[in-house]
Design a protein around this ligand. Structure first.
Ligand SMILES: [Cu+2]
Length: 306
């Protein structure tokens, strides 16, 4: 199998490359077919993957950028941001997208910019005013009011001096919507709801009511038989589980990973995918990965009674 973090890494690199071009990412990304056009080889470093206790995802575009994260994490203001986000059970993404590293042609030495940038994004969602922390079946929350919140901080660091030079908070984004059955809304720049739980054979539709294109890219890890009681743990534990040496294996299948790429979902368009087998699909919008635009679909065995 292809480990998820490798694939994810490649997707995140796309985002980083796009940021670096200065062209609107949406325009550039229009040309991409993420799964075929981009080499997986890169300096991209996933520093921390989310766990059940600590839903923080940290990555850096290269080793020098990673120093920016270390510097940022030592800063009191950044610590406060992370503490407050944790209290809200937010999904946090910390992305070090700078500095540029280049090779000096004459000396062959690696050069880098001392101005580092770290983007921290906190996402959290509410259903009828309560934190949406456990994935639910979309039919359970259909017609209920869903609020999706996103806060982004731009942290500038001086990599050479080892200091945070600026902490700037962008305006909060809030999306309020009425949940619809089996629809995930792809908006600026969040998936709402961020995680859903469905039975095998169900179809999910990703709508795009925003004025930007988005995509749905990731690995559908068709893991062993799941039941709803173990699904929460599966969100984060599906990446390296290769030792399914369970003897009680009548319902177990060979682990199989399907790479899924929606291509562009244009404004006012939608895209559907039917999940025939149980498993976990962790995905992101490659264009807005650095803003934590990611989601999860958990597919359980369809209930025999339904
Ligand atoms: Cu997007």
């Amino acid at each position: 199998m292809l480990p998820l973090f490798v694939v994810t890494g490649a997707f995140l690199v796309i985002g980083a490359v796009l940021i670096g071009t200065g062209i609107l990412p949406e325009e550039r990304a229009r040309e991409f077919r993420s799964l075929t056009d981009v080499s997986i080889a890169s300096d991209m470093k996933v520093i921390k993957e989310p766990t059940l206790d600590d839903n923080i995802f940290i990555y850096a575009v290269n080793d020098v950028a990673q120093r920016g994260i270390d510097i940022a994490q030592g800063d009191a203001r950044v610590k406060q941001i992370l503490d407050e986000s944790k209290a809200k059970e937010a999904t946090v993404t910390i992305a070090a997208v700078q500095p540029t590293v280049m090779t000096d042609r004459q000396s062959g030495k690696l050069l880098h910019s001392s101005a580092g940038q770290v983007i921290i994004t906190a996402n959290w969602q509410l259903v009828e005013g309560s934190l949406y922390s456990e994935p639910k079946n979309p039919t359970q929350i259909a017609n209920k009011k869903v609020e999706s919140h996103q806060q982004i901080w731009n942290i500038l660091v001086d990599v050479d001096k080892g200091q945070v030079t600026q902490v700037a908070q962008q305006a909060d984004r809030v999306i309020t919507d009425t949940a619809r059955s089996n629809v995930v809304r792809s908006d600026v720049n969040m998936f709402v709801p961020k995680a859903v739980l469905i039975g095998a054979g169900s179809e999910i539709s990703w709508s795009n009511p925003s004025n930007l294109p988005h995509n749905v890219v990731g690995s559908f890890n068709q893991t062993t038989a799941l039941d709803a009681s173990s699904t929460t743990a599966m969100i984060f534990e599906n990446t390296t589980d290769s030792n399914n040496n369970n003897n009680n294996n009548t319902n177990l299948e060979t682990e199989e990973v399907i790479a899924i790429d929606s291509g562009f979902i244009e404004p006012n368009a939608s895209w559907q995918y039917r999940f025939d087998k149980e498993g976990v699909f962790n995905y992101l919008c490659t264009i807005h990965a650095e803003e934590g635009m990611r989601g999860t679909v958990i597919v359980t065995r369809s209930s025999p009674s339904s």
